[in-house]
Design a protein around this ligand. Structure first.
Ligand SMILES: [Zn+2]
Length: 317
């Protein structure tokens, strides 16, 4: 049993809370990753909103601050973790008994319309970029229940950035992106992309979730969705996440788009007070056990890590 989780906000908690990755009171620390059989963890540097809400006016400086003061030192301090920049790194780290850490940015606001910054973040080790968060940025527009806002496409710079990310080997992430932007990514993507932390909108009508036609387009492109554990994305107006409800979403996505198109994108340490039946990362094996009631052993492996590994192999270098 092993897992690849496409999204967590743990690094921002460490940065702000002054605690470390070795052991903390959140959903993810090294002890819990080991107990939960982690193969690789995508760690986001989440660019929090500015002091008055809205876009962070110092987003680029904020990224660098978290990167230098928290992310790099935390990976350095914990020998159980090792950086991974491509598929081969994950395999090598696993052979050495280490859990791979993959750096991501949520969201791409620090690009500030400068294409050379895609290359700069790549050189710093970023291997997945979430195009937007909940505000308009230089790339495009966030998901919205307002049909006019939902249909706006990517900006010219957004298209340019998607193309450059894929050329370099950064995985493009459409979670938080609006529908118009999503369909532009489908149009311009030459490699598989992901919705790193979203759920099925047919089961829960939340703007952060994906309609069935979006799930099918993502799958057709070779990409995948990482299931988000936030209760509000799984069940309308709920603050409790049950294993049964996670299974319903995964089974739905597999039925609509195929078993190759779904995995996990927990959003651990970014989902507030919602109550999780499986507790934290150490409870991930409970989800694998439950998957075994709906899928074959080979399919369970795909959902837990194999699909993510395939996308990494095809889109990350
Ligand atoms: Zn998010």
């Amino acid at each position: 049993m092993k897992f690849i989780d496409l999204h967590c906000d743990t690094i921002l908690g460490c940065h702000r809370g002054g605690y470390g990755l070795a052991e903390n009171g959140g959903h993810i620390d090294v002890r819990k990753l080991k107990a939960g059989h982690a193969l690789a963890q995508f760690f986001a540097i989440f660019i929090s909103p500015g002091p008055d809400g809205g876009l962070n006016p110092k987003s680029y400086e904020f990224f660098n601050d978290v990167y230098e003061k928290t992310y790099l030192p935390e990976i350095e301090k914990n020998p159980e973790l090792a950086h991974a920049y491509c598929y081969d790194d994950i395999i090598k780290n696993e052979a050495e008994g280490k859990i791979s850490s993959i750096l991501t940015i949520e969201d791409s606001v620090p690009l500030e319309g400068r294409i050379e910054r895609v290359d700069e973040f790549y050189k710093k080790g970023v291997r997945l970029m979430t195009l937007t968060w909940n505000y308009e940025n230089s790339l495009g527009f966030p998901s919205s229940m307002d049909p006019e806002l939902a249909k706006k496409g990517l900006k010219d710079f957004g298209v340019e950035a998607v193309i450059r990310m894929q050329e370099l080997g950064i995985i493009v992430d459409v979670s938080h992106l609006n529908e118009g932007g999503f369909w532009d990514v489908v149009k311009y993507a030459k490699k598989p992309f992901v919705a790193s932390h979203s759920c099925a909108r047919a089961l829960c009508n939340h703007q952060r979730d994906l309609w069935d036609d979006q799930l099918r387009a993502l799958a057709k492109n070779g990409g995948m969705v990482g299931l988000n554990f936030l209760s509000a994305f799984l069940t309308e107006n709920s603050n409790e996440t049950t294993i049964a409800r996670c299974m319903e979403h995964i089974v739905h996505i597999a039925n609509v788009a195929g078993v190759d198109s779904v995995g996990f994108g927990s959003d651990f340490d970014g989902i507030g007070d919602c109550k999780l039946e499986f507790g934290d990362y150490a409870g991930m094996p409970m989800l694998a056990d439950a998957l075994g009631k709906h899928f074959s052993a080979a399919e369970v492996d795909k959902i837990c890590y194999g699909n993510a590994l395939r996308v990494i192999r095809e889109s990350m270098k």
